[in-house]
Design a protein around this ligand. Structure first.
Ligand code: PBG
Length: 324
């Protein structure tokens, strides 16, 4: 005990602190989200997410220049007039995501392409699944074949991994089944396994213009108060054959990340979502935080809690801070 034992001895100098460092963040941990829109040479900023733009497919090349991450995750943002009740635009082989996958695979062979698989940006009502005929509830089982079709289209376009985020029960099984039967046995699945009904998605819904036009997402996303329920949901995705698990949002749910990591042998990703990004960006812009230090500390915390990879809107910037 004190005074013979002193914790400060190991912190006394920079090299000793380096030597005992338990966790690190490197570019190989990061996944960059990219929002793809229709049109040519078009860049539409997202007001609530300074520094993040929605881009047309031809600008991908510019976007991924000097970005040292191993993977991107693509989100399609079709025009409002192309959205309908059944999310037909999600199945369009000439839509921005399908074209985006092909463009990245052609020009950036060393970047893995992950795609978000969800209907919310493609439906005119903004829900992640399709409403049933009677009460406006989202119809779980009727949504599954659509998610599976969307995933197969992404696989066919060359995606390395599909990431279903609709929180429908059975979606991993349905997607795995379709991928197998259509010959895409090497296409991996990253399940948004523990996705909470969070208020931190606000800026994303601006970006994707995907706020639900009626009701909310609480009948399918996990209540933020429930850790056991989240674990149960995630382990079901594991049983259905997912290759990766994910916890989302990240910082408000580090306890879930930690516990999930200790209850699985699968790799676990965490999604530092739009609201987390916006908090850091806006606070830094007002001089309240040192942006570089606060971002690195957040990412480090997410890694320390157990993430093998982090999806973050800071991925490109951080990859440049680390590998200038
Ligand atoms: C689609 C989806 C959402 C996010 C990722 N995929 C929005 C939602 O569920 O409302 C949120 C990502 C973010 O906030 O950065 N379902």
């Amino acid at each position: 005990m004190f005074p013979e034992k002193r914790m400060r001895r190991r912190r006394i100098s920079e090299p000793l602190r380096r030597l005992s460092r338990e966790t690190d963040v490197c570019s190989d941990d990061l996944i960059l989200p990219v929002f793809l829109i229709e049109g040519k040479n078009t860049r539409r900023p997202i007001p609530s997410m300074p520094g993040v733009d929605r881009i047309s497919v031809d600008l991908i090349e510019e976007e991924l220049q000097d970005c040292w991450v191993p993977a991107v995750i693509l989100f399609g943002v079709p025009e409002q007039k192309r959205r309908d009740r059944q999310a037909s635009a999600a199945m369009d082989p000439e839509g921005p995501v399908a074209r985006g996958i092909r463009a990245i695979k052609q020009n950036f062979p060393s970047i893995a392409v992950i795609t978000d698989v969800c209907l919310c940006a493609y439906t005119d009502h903004g829900h992640c699944g399709i409403p049933g005929d009677t009460n406006g509830e989202i119809d779980n089982d009727a949504t599954l074949p659509l998610l599976a079709r969307m995933a197969a289209l992404h696989a066919e376009s060359g995606a390395d991994m599909v990431a279903p985020s609709a929180m429908m029960d059975g979606q991993i099984r349905a997607i795995r089944g379709t991928l197998e039967s259509e010959g895409f046995s090497n296409t991996a699945i990253m399940a948004y396994a523990a996705k909470f009904a969070s208020s931190f998605y606000g800026p994303f819904r601006d970006a994707a213009e995907s706020s639900p036009s009626f009701g909310d997402r609480r009948t399918y996303q996990i209540p933020p108060a429930n850790r056991r329920e989240a674990l149960c949901d995630a382990l079901m995705d594991e049983a259905e054959g997912t290759d990766w698990l994910m916890v989302k949002p990240a910082l408000p749910f580090l306890d879930v990340l930690f516990e999930l990591k200790h209850n699985t042998r699968l790799p676990v990703a965490a999604y530092q979502v739009s609201g987390e990004y916006a908090m850091l960006k806006h606070a830094a812009a007002r001089g309240a935080l040192d942006e570089h230090a606060a971002v690195m500390e957040s990412l480090l915390s997410i890694k320390r809690a157990g993430a093998d990879a982090v999806i973050t809107y800071y991925a490109k910037e951080v990859s440049q801070w680390i590998n200038p």
